[in-house]
Design a protein around this ligand. Sequence first.
Ligand code: GRF
Length: 203
Amino acid sequence: MSRLAILISGHGSNLQAILDAAAAGRLPGVEVALVVSNRREAYGLQRAVQAGVPVVYFPFAPYTRAGRPRSAYDADLAGLLRSFGVEWVVLAGWMHVLGNSFLSHFPERVVNLHPALPGTFPGTHAIQRAYEAFQRGEIAHTGVMVHLVPDEGVDVGPVLAQEVVPILPRDTVDDLEARVHAVEHRLFLQVLRAIMIPGGVGA
Ligand code: GRF
């Protein structure tokens, strides 16, 4: 079994898509070993508990309070994942930039999902910002990308998959969000199958 950790900070709909796929036998040979949240109130934690997956709440604030650097948090997080035998790490709405003290433990095995096309709208509120850019006539569509995380850059790295998501003139931002998330849930799984399962292309 390839052991996967999923890192979240919030709602966890992408986590749910992975848990559902695993439960339905669509991720053969992959075990979700652990779900980590850096936010206690993340709804995704409940989803993981419901699915019977171990969860850990691992906040950064105690490190800040103790005057310890981000690298200490990163190294301890890597140690936690290692203690669960984790080989692959998926960032599914994880709102904390990970540095080399973490990434060096999982070279080319940390995967991030970004709700926009490569090179566009890095950071938070990407869908809202794309929606506003569309209203200003600056873009004709947005998209979704899945990429490897090679360093501390935000939402940049070797692209594993990308897909255009149309924006319709009558869309509300909620309409656009729903369309983007639907693509995310499918594309993310497609990539996880392709990289984690030998010969496992497609969803
Ligand atoms: C997704 O849009 C993802 O691309 C971004 O954060 C959001 C997380 O959504 N990085 P959810 O928590 O999986 O519902």
